[in-house]
Design a protein around this ligand. Structure first.
Ligand code: ZN
Length: 225
């Protein structure tokens, strides 16, 4: 039996990681989804000392203690991922040490070779535009991404409701997230590139084309899929 396939999705905020993760899940099936963001939000909701610390950090925009992210996803994988089940990691690792820890952990589980590290590459300008220009439906709450054909959408494609800009997409907060990517996540990208394991995908294309490019690359590296 071949090893289950795992995906590590890396890219700037707004690059479409969540969308592609969903498409990969539908296509391959039996993938356990992990995102650092939701693990941190889950922890922030706990009535524990650590939960309170993290809640303050998230609200104040600080950075967590170095090994927390690693601890959280290791715990998540250890307690949930079944044998033969793939893993999809959305927006992690975010720091060099996390990347090294993840590699060691995947190696221990004999999953390293079947792990695809995918960079959804979009420029900083594109990321900024997508995050500041995306809209939300006043009626049903659907978020309309500022990408491909959606850019010209005048009303919600689900319910026909009016679209407005999202109030929480503040340029300063967005710039902070993009700074973080340039400073820290770029080291993760370099690490995987050096190991010749980075799959770089042009993320500025239509959603379907991005997905097709990912599938093509996965097939090149795996005879089984
Ligand atoms: Zn709507």
């Amino acid at each position: 039996m071949h090893k289950p396939i795992n995906f590590v999705l890396i890219g700037r905020a707004g690059c479409g990681k969540g969308t592609q993760a969903k498409l990969l899940g539908e296509h391959f099936g039996n993938l356990y989804y992990i995102s650092s963001g939701s693990l941190f939000r889950k922890l922030a909701g706990q009535d524990t000392e650590m939960g309170h610390h993290i809640k303050e950090l998230i609200e104040g925009g600080g950075l967590p203690f170095d090994d927390i992210a690693t601890t959280l996803w290791m715990h998540e994988i250890a307690f949930n991922v079944k044998e033969g089940q793939g893993i999809i990691m959305d927006g992690m690792p975010r720091r060099l040490q996390e990347a090294k820890d993840l590699d060691d952990f995947l190696d221990y589980l004999d999953r390293k070779k079947s792990t695809m590290v995918i960079l959804l590459n979009i420029s900083r300008k594109e990321a900024f535009d997508r995050l500041t220009k995306r809209r939300i439906c006043k009626n049903c709450g659907q978020i309309i991404p500022w990408v491909g054909d959606y850019k010209s959408l005048q009303a919600c494609d689900k319910c026909g409701g009016d679209l407005e800009e999202r109030a929480d997409d503040i340029p300063q907060a967005i710039n902070n997230r993009l700074d973080y990517f340039d400073k820290d996540v770029s080291k993760v990208i370099k690490y995987f590139k050096k190991k010749k394991r980075l799959i770089k995908i042009n993320g500025e294309q239509a959603i379907e084309k991005v997905f097709q490019d990912i599938l093509d690359e996965v097939r090149k590296k795996n005879d089984n899929y």
